[in-house]
Design a protein around this ligand. Structure first.
Ligand code: GLP
Length: 266
């Protein structure tokens, strides 16, 4: 289904849909198109993927398209935005498990082309692993298409709010980070108490995200209205990581449901 409303806010395209299902249908068509273009242009497509509740319906749509026979991932490489640290890849709460459950086990993506940070690398190798992840993306020719969700504090990937200058924030590489208390609280139930939620994570850096040729942000539900409004209407600051996307506004599409768009006053 088409968007109910399309806006341009400070150079970014904002598409507002009746609900998450319609937005995910449209995002799935964008991914299909990115894959087709990438394969046509250079024999492969490189996608940046996200986890969380937001993209689950989108992954279902991709699986449906694959099963219907029209969409193959054989020439696709994927790079996930983030992973907790430390966490075992088989832990059901790991983002690796999430991707296997919701996408990888249902499609024809070759096993060595679906990349998620390894939350079980030794402590001394964490930074090296994060750096290597950036290296893999670059040696794959960079991201054709990046999918983003938005944290309630407007984080992108696990790039949490900070007091860095914008200039520094947009250059952040992939790295290990400390998670904010407000982020960990959201996962307390899943992990059986806040004390059990990992305090750290690995994230693709803001620089790599902004370098993608096309960026799609999905945000649904009333809890996302504030981070969406701050990201699109407030000042561009590292304290609101979503606002950093406006430094590359012309290649960003925000796909929202009506609840998440509520404070945009449309
Ligand atoms: C999580 C993840 C992000 C995700 C965001 C939104 O913390 N690190 O990659 O996009 O927060 O999650 P959700 O879609 O569940 O609201």
């Amino acid at each position: 289904m088409a968007a109910l409303n399309i806006l341009e806010i400070d150079g970014s395209r904002v598409e507002i849909f009746e609900g998450p299902d319609a937005a995910c249908g449209s995002a799935a068509r964008r991914i299909e198109e990115a894959i087709r273009k990438g394969v046509e242009r250079r024999g492969k497509a490189v996608l940046g993927l996200a986890t969380g509740a937001t993209p689950i319906r989108l992954y279902e749509k991709l699986v449906e398209k694959h099963r219907a026979g029209g969409l193959s991932f054989r020439k696709v490489s994927t790079y996930n935005l983030d992973e907790y640290y430390p966490i075992g890849p088989c832990d059901t709460r790991s983002y690796r498990s999430f991707m296997v459950q919701h996408l990888f086990s249902h499609i024809d993506l070759p096993a060595n082309q679906g990349h998620v940070f390894d939350g079980s690398v030794p402590e001394g190798a964490v930074e090296e692993h994060a750096k290597a992840f950036d290296g893999w993306i670059e040696s794959d020719g960079g991201l054709d298409w990046q999918l983003l969700g938005l944290g309630r504090n407007a984080h992108i990937g696990f790039n949490e709010p900070s007091d860095l200058t914008v200039d520094k924030a947009i250059r952040l590489p992939s790295r290990a980070v400390e998670l904010k208390a407000e982020t960990r609280e959201l996962y307390a139930e899943e992990f059986g108490g806040i004390d059990r939620v990992p305090t750290r994570a690995l994230t693709v850096g803001v620089a790599q995200i902004l370098a993608a040729k096309e960026i799609v942000v999905l945000a649904f539900g009333p809890n996302k209205a504030e981070p969406v409004a701050k990201s699109l209407l407030g000042p561009i600051v590292a304290a609101v990581p979503g606002s950093l996307l406006r430094t590359v506004a012309e290649k960003v599409v925000w796909m929202l449901d009506q609840d998440a768009a509520r404070l945009l006053k449309v």
